[in-house]
Design a protein around this ligand. Structure first.
Ligand SMILES: [Mg+2]
Length: 223
C-alpha cells in the first residue's frame, strides 16, 4: 500500500477507529438486558430507539439533506412511533452517556504510541465523528492531543459521512488544506468516501493491512 505523503494533519474517525466498538456494544447489550428486569418498558423502548436510530443513520448517508442529525431524530421517532423528545432522551442515555465509562477500557492497539509519534512529527490532530466525541476522548485519556474535535451534531456541519462537510471543517480548524490532510477511519463507505469527496488522502484501519495503530506507526512515521 502506498505511503501517504506530504500531510501535515490527520483527521481520525472515533468509533471503531480510536477504540474497539464490538466489546463496548456487547457490554451495553448486557446492561440493556439487566435493565429490562428493573425498567422493562423504558428499556424495551430504548432498544427499539437504538436500532431505529442506527438504521436511520445508514439510510441518511445516501440522502442529501440540510440538517441530517435533525432528520435522523425525526426518522427514528416516526419509525418507533415515539415523540422526538423521548427518543432523544433514550439515545442520549444509552448511546451517548452510558458507553462513556466503557470506551476507555478498549483503546485500539498502539493508539497512544501513534498519537505521541504524530505529535513528535509535528502533525496536527483532529477527529470527525458522527456523534459527540469529546467524552469518548476523555474516557480514552486522549483529549489533549486533538486540536479539533468535530461531530456531525456541530452547527457548522450537520451532515453525516460520506458528506465532506465535517472533514473540511476539521481541516479548516487545524489550519490545513485538504491536499495535506490524511483521514484514518474504519469504514471505506463513510470515512474513505468522505475523505475522497473532500480531496483528502485516506487510510483504513481495522482491515488486513492495518489491523491496529501498531503497523501504522511504522508505515507513517518510522520509515
Ligand atoms: Mg467508525
Amino acid at each position: 500500500m502506498a505511503v501517504p505523503r506530504n500531510f501535515d494533519s490527520i483527521i481520525l474517525d472515533v468509533d471503531g477507529t480510536l477504540y474497539r466498538q464490538a466489546p463496548v456494544r456487547l457490554r451495553i447489550a448486557i446492561r440493556l438486558a439487566a435493565a429490562c428486569i428493573t425498567q422493562p418498558l423504558r428499556t424495551r423502548r430504548a432498544i427499539r430507539a437504538i436500532r431505529a436510530f442506527r438504521e436511520s443513520l445508514e439510510k441518511l448517508r445516501s440522502t442529501p439533506g440540510s440538517d441530517q442529525p435533525a432528520e435522523q431524530l425525526r426518522l427514528t421517532a416516526k419509525r418507533t412511533k415515539m415523540p422526538e423528545a423521548h427518543v432523544r432522551s433514550l439515545i442520549e442515555e444509552w448511546m451517548f452517556e452510558r458507553p462513556l465509562d466503557l470506551v476507555g477500557g478498549f483503546p485500539q492497539k498502539g493508539l497512544h504510541r501513534f498519537l505521541r509519534l504524530a505529535i513528535q512529527h509535528e502533525v496536527r490532530l483532529g477527529v470527525f465523528s458522527e456523534y459527540p466525541a469529546a467524552g469518548k476522548l476523555e474516557s480514552l485519556g486522549v483529549r489533549e492531543p486533538f486540536a479539533a474535535v468535530v461531530s456531525s451534531f456541530d452547527p457548522e456541519v450537520r451532515r453525516f459521512k460520506p458528506d465532506p462537510a465535517g472533514f473540511l471543517h476539521a481541516a479548516q480548524l487545524l489550519g490545513s488544506s485538504p491536499g495535506r490532510t490524511l483521514v484514518i477511519g474504519d469504514r471505506d463507505d463513510a470515512d474513505g468516501a468522505g475523505a475522497r469527496a473532500a480531496g483528502m488522502q485516506y487510510l483504513r484501519i481495522g482491515g488486513r493491512d492495518f489491523p491496529s495503530f501498531e503497523p501504522l506507526c511504522g508505515h507513517l512515521f518510522e520509515d
